[in-house]
Write a protein that binds this ligand. Sequence first.
Ligand SMILES: [Zn+2]
Length: 358
Amino acid sequence: MTPAKPWKIRRRFTVGVAVALMLPACLVAPPSALVHAQNGIVRGSSQEEAMALGATLDRLRPLVRSTVPGTRDVRDLEVWIQDSPGLYSFPHASNSEAEGLWAESEDRILLARDADDLERTLAHELVHASLGDEWKTLPGTLEEGLADQISTVLVPSGAARLRAGRLASAALATGGLGLTLEVEQPRTGSTWMARITLSGARPSENPQRDVFRLAAGLSSTRVTPASKRGYYGLAYLLVERIVARQGLQHLLDLCLSAKEQGLDAVPRPWLLAAADLEDNPESWRQAALEGMGADELRELMRMHPDFVRDAVVDHLRDKSLADLDQVKIHLTLRESHTTLKLDQDPEFVAQVRAALGR
Ligand SMILES: [Zn+2]
């Protein structure tokens, strides 16, 4: 039995099985097209869709096995791609927020067709599906952090986007993050500066402690979507730091040591020491900001394109500019000093031009 992910939907399964006995029609019908890939059965709405996903499965599953120590084998793995991932068709059973689910009782991975990054989501779910009993003492939300961390290694094309989302969520959960926007007009020598603070509701007083206690990946854990994102972010931050400093095997060794000592979960101080983090929100917030480089800041802007663009457009709207090309627009993540030269980002400049009508 694998740790967190099966728990994730166990409660829903219990409800689902009871209802399914009375109303078998509530079970979602398998997608119509089926492909036997080397590493499992893939079902999708068309043969092309199933074949494409089958090729991805055949690439990723052996990589998960060779990358993650302490894995187990799932003999009859199936991967289904659906509009909304779920086993049952009655509305409250669907997990509309989830892009992927691992249903251990069925040996089945369920993926959302419109997932932000289908390949990365499959890698994440394959990690849940593959973790052996050795990992069972990984506490709270950390299995989510582990699945995310492995997914960034196996699908590097999606790494910056995932890191941006997770690290920003970790920073928001522990106090927020500050940006400085500077718009310089060399022709007049004037520089306009704005400080932008991104903040959100903290999941709790000490989210850096609760991430070890709450399994935010489980549907039975009642947390708001924003809190869930915060815990996923903190879990990712912790695992990423441990893997970067000590290696993945060290994280497994901590799990095994806890088991040998008869503990249910790896003690928090062991994990904090391995990640070089302290037991206070500010230590985690600083670590999250340290982890955000230019690639992550760029992705953060892509995910939330409005807030910086609107500020720039508002500032430039009344200006009589001979040539927008001469304006320098810099965005800095204050505490990490990571700076983006937005005036050299064609996508951003095009958006500003379109909004200004120039
Ligand atoms: Zn997960």
